[in-house]
Design a protein around this ligand. Sequence first.
Ligand SMILES: NC(=O)C1=CN([C@@H]2O[C@H](COP(=O)(O)OP(=O)(O)OC[C@H]3O[C@@H](n4cnc5c(N)ncnc54)[C@H](O)[C@@H]3O)[C@@H](O)[C@H]2O)[C@H](O)CC1
Ligand code: K
Length: 524
Amino acid sequence: MAMSAIRDFSLPTPAQCSVMDDEARATVGIGTLMERAGWAVAREIRKQFRPCRVLVLCGPGNNGGDGYCAARHLERAGWPVSVAALAPPRPQSEAAAAASRFRGPHVPFTAESARRADLVVDAVFGAGLSRAPSSDVMEVLSASRMLVAVDMPSFIDGTTGEVLCDGSHDALSGDGPSRDGPSGDALPDYALPDYTLTVTFVRPKPGHVLPAGRRKCGTVVCADIGMPLSCLEAARPDIFLNAPGLWHVPAMSPEDHKYTRGVVSLCAGAVMPGATRLAAAGARASGAGLVRISAGENACAYRLGAPGLVIDDAPLATLLEDVRRKVWLCGPGLTGAEVEASLPLLLDAGRIVLADAGALGWAAGNPGRLAGVAVVTPHIGEFTRLFGAPGADRVCAARRAARELDAVVVLKGSVSIVAAPDGRVALNDHASPALATAGSGDTLAGVIGTMLAAGMPRWEAACAGVWIHGEAGRNAGDWPIAEDLDRCLGAARAEAIRRDAATVEPGAGGLACETQDLAVKRPA
Ligand SMILES: NC(=O)C1=CN([C@@H]2O[C@H](COP(=O)(O)OP(=O)(O)OC[C@H]3O[C@@H](n4cnc5c(N)ncnc54)[C@H](O)[C@@H]3O)[C@@H](O)[C@H]2O)[C@H](O)CC1
Ligand SMILES: [K+]
């Protein structure tokens, strides 16, 4: 992966952060980074809140160390600060050194202490969170009126974004505890707290972007603490935030003709023409040079549609003689029988195929039927029927599926996951709940088809398609229907090109997170 992509878009997992820390130990030193991390937390708090009574909850590791440093900096700024330690730091550790420099009051690690504070800073566990925190920790956190997390809320898994809570794993992965677990077990007597602010360092982590972490973190600010880029590189991050610059969408050029822009072809069926037409419209509106529908004996029905579409009635085998028609969508609007009659022909002819909808249903329980396709775009139900239930770690499941199928897997959701067979994953949070409407997935298939037809490699094409579709959804007004997305897709593509061009190459090779747009805002 290019160094600029690692610098600007990577989302290192906690395991990769620990590799980064090992590298940093030999260069800048953890003590220095901890000091800067604590200072950054104090600075953000001073920026976003008025002076008030602060309680800093410190765990035994380096997350706690950051907390002691933040406490000292806030105290120096004249804020009333006390610290409650869950457990003392390991003797001779950097965290112990940081703890010894805080000379302010210590109070017991209790819910009562938390209730007395106006603002509670959670520096209990960060990247080192290895299991569900005890109910004692959870009770103190949930007694807090206002919470700021150091690096990550202490009950969010930084890799998966999942809520880790005693005995209530899956039941609590949503917005808060339901009263009964899956087996009817009584759940703990606390509500999962929401955070106002999370201050993380170097780069955001997958858990800041994925649900439920995303909902719990509040505003996420990523602070530059002077981590050398070489340390981040050594950690070999392979999960990225999906945004322009991670990929490059071709712009318009004076030399363009419709075949350089690219041809998108679609297989059409007899009974669900709407889905095929929505996918075709999405392909056209996102800039395909030419969109053709292969409708066979159903051609008449499709000829009543948009005048810019070309409707073919020749047999598919004949159409495949035209080598300019490289990219095909197969699945939107098709029955299993129609997929069976078309997909094998497309694959035998070596075409770049995006399989969606009917094609995914046709291969349910037998994903090998899709061998040879370039991209699949399942929602969670289709994914489960194809590859089995993904479990809590959807990134891992999507990556495994991509490797097994040797195809790019776009697992669609509020945060869509785009996984490549080589292990790269992009997380797309650039979307809108407005996209959760019938037909929106057909439009997405069309947009990705256009990116493939423009000559983009398949993972980049899928990432770009997902982002452009998300951007259109954000601009399509209130309660849009799928057709409304089309009028926003051209501007969305132009915005992707504009933002990509605006990506500045910093000469120093540093990780200047704060100067870039890395704040992941809480969804409205
Ligand atoms: N990478 C960076 O940029 C820097 C990050 N910093 C901060 O360091 C923490 C990670 O520190 P680490 O010591 O590795 O882990 P933690 O402090 O999160 O916790 C480790 C500690 O806690 C125990 N533990 C874990 N889970 C539980 C649990 N559920 N119950 C009880 N005990 C638990 C574990 O066994 C360890 O003893 C990172 O988040 C940043 O905040 C540095 O400041 C340097 C730069
Ligand atoms: K924390």
